[in-house]
Ligand binder design. Structure first.
Ligand SMILES: Cc1cc2nc3c(=O)[nH]c(=O)nc-3n(C[C@H](O)[C@H](O)[C@H](O)COP(=O)(O)O)c2cc1C
Length: 483
C-alpha cells in the first residue's frame, strides 16, 4: 500500500485490555473479539488506535514479525474490521489529513491501493455532497462507504473531476496538491462510488452498464436509502422525533363548520348486492371515457365511504426511546403501514350531479365533503393535467381524487423509509379504489403524475406538512356491467 494511506479505528471505538492472543473492540453499535491471533497481528491491530498508522508501515511490521505468509491473514483481519465499520482509510499529504473513507455497511470491500495509474477518472453522476454535522461528506448509492473531506484541496479535486482526467492531469488542475496523493485520492473516490474510471472507448464504467444506465440519480438514492443495506442510517420504527415534537394528529383538524353530508350506504346491503369478488377482480379495468350523464354526489359518497371513511378511532400508548407517548389512531378500510393513515383524499370536481365544481377535502370521520376552493385557475389546471395524463378530454373530466400525504406523521415514527411507505400506501389505496369503483359500475383510472406545487397552490396547504402523492380519476361508466 502507498505510504500516504493511513489506517485507523474510528474515534468512538475503544480497545479492551485482552490476553496476548486476543483483541476486542467496542463501538456504539457492535463488539468484535478476534481470538487466537498470530504473533504480530495483535500488536499491529493495537497500532490502529486513533490516530492510526501508515498502511505500508503496518504491513512491513507484520511481515517482519510474522513472515510474509502472515500478510494474507492481516488483510483478512482488516477486512473484518472494515465490514463492521471499525476501520477507516485516510489519505494524508505529509501530516495533513485530506480525506477519510468510512465504510457504512457489511458489503464494503477493502480497496486495493490507489486508482489505476494512467487511466482517466470522472466524477460519478451518483455522487452527492452533504454537510454531516460540521464536516463535508461525499456519498454515493453505488457503494457502502462515504468519504469525509477534511481539506480544501480534496474538495477542489472533486470540482476538477467534473471533467475526466488522469492522476497526472488532475494534479495539474489542483494547485498545492502533491502529485503523489492524487492516485490514492482517486482510488478512495472510486471505492466510495464517487469516481468512475473511463474505459478505452471513452465511456465511464458506470455509463456502459445497461442496467445502471436506467437508474436516475434520485431513484437510486431513494431506493438505496429507504431500504436496508449500503448505508449506516437508522431504518425502521425508531421514533426519531419522539421527545422533540409531538406526533402529528391522526385526523386533520377540520375548522369548517359547514360540510356536505354524504350518502352512507348500508354495508349489509352491499354485502348482498355487490358482484362477487372474483368478478370484480377480473372485470377491473382502467376506463378513460364516460357516460353522457356524470357521476352523482350519492355515488361519490358511497365510493368514499367504501374506501376512505374513518372506521375506528382510538388512543394508544406507544413505547419510544424518549418514553411512552399517547398516540391517536383513525383506521380506514384499507391497510396502511403502522396504521398511521397519513393519506388525505381531496375531490377535484369537474362534473358531478348534485355537487358544484371546485375542490373539496374529504372528512373521513364526518363522512362529508368540505369545500376548499371554487373552480379557480389552479383547480382548472389540476383537472387539465390529469386529463392530459389519462388521455381524457378536459371538458369531459368528472372527478379527480387527489391523495395527499401528511408525511410528518409517518416520519415521526419511521427513520429512512417514511416517504417509501407513503408511496406504498398510495398503491394500496389506488387498488382499493379500483376495486370499489368496479363493484359500483363506475369508471376508474389511476394517474401516474401530478404537480404537488399546483396542489399546494390550489389548497393553500403547506408543501412540507401535506403534499399530493397520488391521483385517481373517477366518473360514470359508459356502459352497464352485467354479472
Ligand atoms: C400507479 C399507476 C399509474 C397510472 N398512471 C396512468 C396515467 O397516468 N394515465 C393513464 O391513462 N393510465 C394510468 N394508469 C393505468 C394503467 O395504464 C393501466 O392500469 C394499465 O394499462 C393496465 O390496464 P387496466 O388497468 O385496464 O388493467 C396507471 C395505473 C397505475 C396503477
Amino acid at each position: 500500500m502507498d505510504p500516504v494511506w493511513v489506517l485507523t479505528l474510528p474515534e468512538n471505538v475503544t480497545v479492551a485490555a485482552d490476553a496476548d492472543d486476543e483483541f476486542t473492540l467496542h463501538s456504539p453499535h457492535s463488539t468484535l473479539r478476534l481470538r487466537d491471533l498470530a504473533p504480530g497481528h495483535r500488536a499491529a491491530l493495537r497500532r490502529l488506535t486513533a490516530p492510526g498508522e501508515s498502511a505500508g508501515r503496518l504491513a512491513d511490521y507484520v511481515r517482519e514479525v510474522a513472515g510474509p505468509a502472515a500478510l494474507a491473514l492481516w488483510y483478512y483481519h482488516l477486512q473484518s474490521l472494515a465490514q463492521r465499520r471499525l476501520l477507516r482509510l485516510e489519505v494524508h499529504a505529509g501530516s495533513t489529513r485530506l480525506a477519510t473513507l468510512e465504510p457504512t455497511a457489511s458489503s464494503f470491500i477493502l480497496p486495493p491501493a490507489g486508482a489505476q495509474r494512467g487511466r482517466p477518472y470522472v466524477l460519478s453522476r451518483f455522487a452527492w455532497l452533504q454537510r454531516r454535522g460540521d464536516v463535508l461528506a461525499l456519498e454515493s448509492p453505488l457503494s457502502a462507504a462515504r468519504i469525509v473531506l477534511h481539506d480544501q484541496r480534496a474538495v477542489a479535486l472533486i470540482h476538477v473531476l467534473a471533467r475526466p482526467g488522469t492522476a497526472a492531469e488532475i494534479a495539474g488542475r489542483v494547485p498545492d496538491l502533491p502529485s503523489d496523493v492524487v492516485t490514492p485520492l482517486l482510488g478512495l473516490l472510486a471505492h466510495a462510488g464517487a469516481a468512475s474510471a473511463i474505459g478505452e472507448d471513452g465511456a465511464s464504467a458506470e455509463d456502459t452498464d445497461p442496467a445502471l444506465r436506467c437508474w436516475q440519480f434520485h431513484d437510486l438514492l431513494f431506493h438505496a436509502r429507504s431500504r436496508e443495506g449500503r448505508h449506516d442510517a437508522a431504518v425502521g420504527a425508531t421514533y426519531p422525533l419522539a421527545g422533540q415534537i409531538e406526533p402529528v394528529a391522526a385526523l386533520q383538524q377540520e375548522t369548517a363548520e359547514e360540510g356536505i353530508a354524504l350518502f352512507r350506504p348500508e354495508l349489509d346491503m352491499l354485502q348482498i348486492q355487490d358482484p362477487p369478488f372474483a368478478f370484480v377482480q377480473e372485470r377491473r379495468r382502467s376506463v378513460r371515457n364516460y357516460a353522457a350523464e356524470p357521476i352523482t354526489q350519492r355515488q361519490l359518497g358511497e365510493f368514499l365511504y367504501r374506501v376512505a371513511r374513518v372506521r375506528d378511532c382510538h388512543r394508544m400508548e406507544v413505547a419510544t426511546p424518549a418514553g411512552p407517548v399517547q398516540m391517536d389512531f383513525a383506521l380506514r378500510p384499507y391497510p396502511a403501514g403502522g396504521a398511521l393513515y397519513e393519506l388525505e383524499v381531496y375531490a377535484v370536481v369537474g362534473a358531478c350531479r348534485g355537487l358544484s365544481s371546485g375542490l373539496y377535502r374529504y372528512d373521513g370521520l364526518g363522512h362529508r365533503l368540505v369545500r376548499r376552493a371554487p373552480r379557480t385557475i389552479a383547480v382548472e389546471r389540476l383537472l387539465a393535467d390529469a386529463a392530459l395524463s389519462a388521455g381524457v378530454k378536459s371538458t369531459r373530466m368528472q372527478v379527480l381524487l387527489v391523495l395527499a400525504a401528511r408525511l410528518p406523521r409517518v416520519a415521526w415514527k419511521y427513520s429512512s423509509l417514511a416517504y417509501a411507505l407513503v408511496l406504498k400506501n398510495v398503491g394500496v389505496l389506488i387498488q382499493t379504489m379500483y376495486l370499489a369503483a368496479t363493484a359500483m359500475g363506475l369508471a376508474p383510472c389511476a394517474v401516474g403524475l401530478g404537480d404537488s406545487d399546483l396542489f399546494a397552490q390550489a389548497t393553500g396547504a403547506d408543501y412540507y406538512a401535506e403534499t399530493s402523492v397520488g391521483e385517481f380519476l373517477l366518473g360514470s361508466a359508459p356502459y352497464e356491467e352485467e354479472w
